[in-house]
Design a protein around this ligand. Structure first.
Ligand SMILES: O=P(O)(O)OC[C@H]1O[C@](O)(CO)[C@@H](O)[C@@H]1O
Length: 545
């Protein structure tokens, strides 16, 4: 494949982006802009007309995608090729939501049947817990789930459970523990009753320090509260690909839900890592979540690139990061239940595309994954939207809004929607100096003050945004939405020819951290590291600033 930045298409895009008129002009030139730049599939509608694109821009972006063999790369992922080249693994989170009669072969095994067996095991367990048949050591049903895990073993279950709060089974609550900071688990265990608490320990490797430490502390709490060693099996289950280590840890073999090395942590909520979700919303709703993701898989795998929602969103992000120097991308969820989604997409995208070498190990000479951040609308309008409108950087934005609320109340939802749409309009059109001055024409201030304030009220506009609508936030539409972002992340990795599925960057900190831990516990001060690390360690050892 020709070097990306020296390709003709890349050079043409570079030239073209310098000539594009303001989005105001693009809208004035084409009254059909929304009809031509919106796509619907899987219960979602994408309006991408408020972007710095015209037909030529899009044609060049799709040409760039085709030159990276995107269609073949998509097929390759779905069929289980070893596309995670540094860990020699297939990437098959799509198999977790495949239809039961589908076949996907890995090392001579049809993994769809293994996935279905695990879903059956999950369904049985969820039914027992939700029906009250699963009893604790004092023969009481479970009322509280404590999910222990971190990274992809935490954020997926937490964010999806939060998003689907209207679907929770009555009488069961869930608490998520991730950080090794004892305040996390101590706060979550406060007020819980060991007799009716079930711990779900999720760790693909069963080797993550935070999760092991938290699980040990949970076990000590359980025993201190009156549980006994032989009762552990009634109150602790594990989700892991490392069954040997889990049983060695003391987990009952019957209480271990398997997962596989062809599922990356940040792509794993569809597996038994999603057990806390299923325990809360029930297996029927969990399967609707899977069906929503499966529908998006179908769309992604079979739609022409020009009508392919993940591909369009990915190419727009490539446009801003590689041709306009955008360093971040903001996700604005205009729905309280989706308030955690930006953090989830942050992990998904930044741990996948925060890379600086290509698949072959060659250092890149272009921007790769942006900083993903965001929050809940309308709150952000009173926090960081000022910078989005008048800051010096370009920050493309995704706005997400369900048409219907789970809590219809007076005019609330109309106001939420009007804020969402008003923000995208303001970002696109901005406000000119003459418009600002005209707005001040009747103000009781001097002309000089009017001119000064008008300068401060100018908003450049031409700030790009996507708007994603859904009828209502349901397990199905949420599944489609999350799968959409998974595939958007994948497409960007293909364009940049990077491995989106390993995460070597998180290893060094862990290794050095273990060495620091040893030094903190040593009989003498640390002297062998850099001056800063030695000083910090020794200050902590003395517990005195
Ligand atoms: O599920 P495990 O193996 O405990 O790993 C937890 C998380 O740590 C990482 O390996 C690194 O952050 C993630 O990819 C993963 O989701």
């Amino acid at each position: 494949m020709p070097h990306l930045t020296t390709s003709d298409t890349w050079q043409q895009l570079k030239q073209h982006t310098r000539t594009l008129p303001h989005m105001r002009t693009l809208f004035e030139q084409n009254p059909q802009r929304f009809e031509q730049m919106s796509l619907s599939s899987c219960g979602l509608l994408l309006d991408y007309s408020k972007n710095r694109v015209n037909d030529e821009t899009l044609a060049l972006l799709f040409k760039l995608a085709k030159e990276t063999n995107l269609e073949q790369k998509i097929a390759s992922m779905f069929q289980g090729d070893i596309i995670n080249n540094t860990e020699q693994r297939a990437v098959l989170h799509t198999a977790l939501r495949a239809k039961p009669n589908e076949e996907v072969w890995v090392n001579g095994v049809n993994i769809v049947s293994e996935v279905q067996q695990t879903l059956t095991k999950m369904a049985k367990f969820v039914a027992q817990v939700q029906s009250g048949d699963w009893l604790g050591y004092s023969d009481k049903p479970i009322t509280d789930i404590v999910s222990i895990g971190i990274g992809g073993s935490f954020l997926g279950p937490k964010i999806v459970s939060q998003a689907l709060r209207p679907y929770w089974h009555k009488g069961i609550n869930c608490h998520f523990v991730a950080n090794v900071d004892a305040s996390s688990i101590c706060e979550k265990l406060k007020g819980l009753n060991a007799e009716t608490t079930l711990f779900v320990m999720s760790s693909k490797s069963f080797g993550t320090q935070e999760t092991l430490t938290n699980t040990l502390s949970a076990k000590q709490w359980f025993l201190a509260q009156g549980g006994s060693q032989q009762d552990v099996a009634k109150h602790f289950v594990a989700v892991t690909s490392n069954v040997a280590k889990a049983t060695e840890f003391g987990m009952d073999a019957n209480n271990i839900f398997p997962m596989w090395d062809w599922v990356g942590g940040r792509y794993s909520l569809w597996s038994a890592i999603g057990l806390p979700i299923a325990l809360l919303i029930g297996m029927d709703n969990f399967k609707l979540l899977l069906e929503g993701a499966q529908a998006m898989d179908e769309h992604f795998a079979h739609s022409p690139l020009e009508q392919n929602i993940p591909t369009v969103m990915a190419l727009l992000s490539v446009l801003y990061g590689n041709f306009y120097g955008a360093q971040s991308h903001v996700i604005l969820t205009y729905d309280h239940y989706l308030r955690g989604l930006p953090a989830y997409f942050q992990q998904l995208d930044m741990e996948s595309n925060g890379k600086s070498v290509t698949m072959a190990g060659t250092e890149v000479d272009f921007n790769t994954g942006p900083v993903i951040w965001g929050g809940e609308g309308t709150n952000g309008q009173h926090a960081y939207h000022q910078l989005l409108h008048q800051g010096t950087g370009l920050i493309p934005a995704d706005f997400i809004l369900p048409l219907q609320s789970h809590n219809p109340l007076g005019e609330h939802h109309q106001q939420l929607a009007s804020n969402c749409f008003g923000q995208t309009q303001a970002l696109m059109q901005g406000r000119t100096y003459s418009e600002a001055l005209a707005e001040l024409s009747t103000a009781d201030i001097t002309d000089a003050q009017k001119q000064l304030i008008a300068k401060h009220k100018v908003m450049p506009g031409n700030k790009p945004s996507n708007t994603l609508l859904m009828d209502k936030l349901t397990p199905t539409t949420l599944g489609s939405l999350i799968a959409l972002y998974e595939h958007r992340t994948f497409v960007q990795g293909v364009i940049w020819d990077i491995n989106s599925f390993d995460q070597w960057g998180v290893e060094l900190g862990k290794v050095l951290g273990n060495d620091v831990l040893d030094k903190l516990g040593a009989q003498h001060d640390s002297t062998t590291l850099d001056a800063s690390s030695n000083a910090l360690i020794n200050i902590f050892r003395r517990q005195k600033l």
